[in-house]
Design a protein around this ligand. Sequence first.
Ligand code: 4NP
Length: 186
Amino acid sequence: MSGGAGAAELRFVLKFALKPTDAWNLMNTIAVCFVCLGNICRSPSAEAVMLHQVGRARLSEKIVVDSAGTGDWHIGQPPDERAQSAARKRGYDLSLLRGRQISREDFARFDLLIAMDDANAAALTEACPAEYRDKIRLLMEFATRDDSRVVVDPYFGGEEGFERVLDQCEDACEGLLRALRTQLVA
Ligand code: 4NP
């Protein structure tokens, strides 16, 4: 066994180390886009959870939050009713969000493109100009309670899947916000 507190701390630092981009340095703002397949279940949930946490931290003017899908099936549609209902019970309002597909401009515009699962990350990587590929991350990298690698797709399952999505988003967005704070100069 290797480890001890020092090693654990180092793993924590490495896990949460983010590379500041030019935009972060110049504007002192950070723009984050959550990405799933349809942009009607997981990424709008992550967007709402992150917006709530950013507002609570009084960082709304510093951190811009958006979401998109890699697919085009749900462009213009509101989030899935099951996602809206689960979110509403926890105080998140998804009703005004509308599905959109990730676009080429998003890779330049956002500092971080945060994928829900490996398929989303692979689709992003394929579409992304090489110079921006290090902006692509998995949301669950930032989680500290749930050690799942991905936010599981709830679309073809039951309501409990939507609760799990929110649990995972709440956990990972806390870690993401902690990591972003270290990049923001007061
Ligand atoms: P999301 O979930 O990627 O979390 O928005 C899905 C939404 C739609 C489909 C699959 C997953 N679909 O097959 O239409």
